[in-house]
Design a protein around this ligand. Structure first.
Ligand code: PEP
Ligand code: MN
Length: 330
């Protein structure tokens, strides 16, 4: 499916909204087609939205809007009916979205009705389950499809460890990055695209709209065709620099983000404890309670030989956290 080792660029609106909107976006994107990418147009027709009151997609009518575009097109499928209608309308690439990807019965139903040799992309599921993602790929491959994987993260955050684990286990599957759903923020698209190039992804899926503020879905994350053109022409492709180190650093950043989010949550609980203590006239410093917290952590480390943190380090770190907690409570 990869053409001459060219990177893949899947671009277009979150949702097809009207014949005019689809055509205007496709025209706006003409300038990136001569660049050195394999370009595919995307537009959602049947939208799996969180709320039933949000725009649910234009439905079957939009198939003919995509037919008016004279380059390869793609759309999201969530049911066998979608697959049949999209294939019948001549849409060359299908993708399975993150919500459907979390449901193996839905993915199997899609696999069971794919024509042999179908080209299909599967996003990571909304839950952090790399086995499920790989399982979906296997279901589609068993049906004779060409499969690509799209890393779109979970909850507007990348999940690098999932993507790298998928690449470790299936280095043969093209891996794309979707910065739009990964960040939910138009301002982060450029940086994430460059990160994808640094990490040697095989391509990108990016949401583009001529007027993002008027988009019927995902307005905050869509960028204009001109913005996309600027991003793409400034990308540096990494042809082999220290990939293992880059991957490990990304995983480290991800863990640090989690660590500090948890720390912020801990301080918030600490603040609420401080407010309660104040209301009851209880002193902030409770040394017996502090000793109990430290001992619990030391026992945890001693009882599990997989935890490579020394007792001394645990005491130092807990001491620093405790000092900050006392400051927050005072
Ligand atoms: C989409 O690509 O428009 C979409 C709904 O994406 P996701 O499944 O990643 O949320
Ligand atoms: Mn979208």
């Amino acid at each position: 499916m990869l053409n001459d080792n060219k990177k893949i660029l899947i671009v277009g609106p979150c949702s097809a909204e009207s014949a005019e909107q689809v055509l205007a976006i496709a025209q706006g994107l003409e300038s990136i087609r001569p660049l050195n990418y394999q370009v595919i147009f995307r537009a959602g027709i049947w939208k799996p939205r969180t709320s039933p009151t949000s725009f649910q997609g234009a439905g079957d009518e939009a198939l003919k809007w995509l037919q008016a575009i004279n380059w390869p097109t793609s759309t999201e499928v969530a049911t066998p009916e979608h697959v049949k209608r999209a294939i019948a309308a001549g849409i060359q690439y299908l993708w399975i979205g993150a919500r459907t990807s979390a449901n193996p019965i839905a993915v199997q139903a899609i696999a069971d009705c794919l024509p042999l040799g179908a080209k299909i992309m599967v996003k990571n599921p909304v839950n952090e389950d790399v086995d499920l993602w790989i399982g979906n790929i296997l279901r589609l491959e068993k049906a004779g499809a060409f499969v690509m994987a799209i890393h779109r993260g979970c909850g507007h955050k990348p999940r690098w460890h999932m993507a790298f684990e998928l690449r470790r286990r299936r280095p043969d599957i093209p891996l794309l990055l979707d910065p739009s759903h990964m960040s939910g923020d138009a301002n982060q698209i450029a940086t994430l695209c460059q990160t994808a190039m640094d990490l040697q992804y095989d391509g990108l899926m990016i949401e583009v709209h001529t007027c993002p503020s008027k988009a019927l879905s995902d307005g905050k994350q869509q960028i204009t065709p001109l913005h996309l053109h600027n991003i793409i022409t400034q990308l540096h492709v990494n042809n082999g620099e220290a990939l293992p180190l880059l991957e490990l650093r990304k995983e480290m950043d991800e863990v640090d983000d989690e660590l500090w989010n948890i720390m912020a949550k801990r301080m918030d609980v600490s603040k609420r404890i401080g407010e309660y203590k104040k209301s009851q006239g209880i002193p902030v410093l409770q040394s017996a309670r502090y000793e109990q917290i430290v001992q619990r952590r030391v026992d945890w480390a001693n009882n599990d030989s997989n935890i490579p943190i020394s007792e001394e380090a645990i005491r130092q770190i807990m001491d620093a956290i405790h000092k900050e907690s006392v400051r927050v409570q005072s």
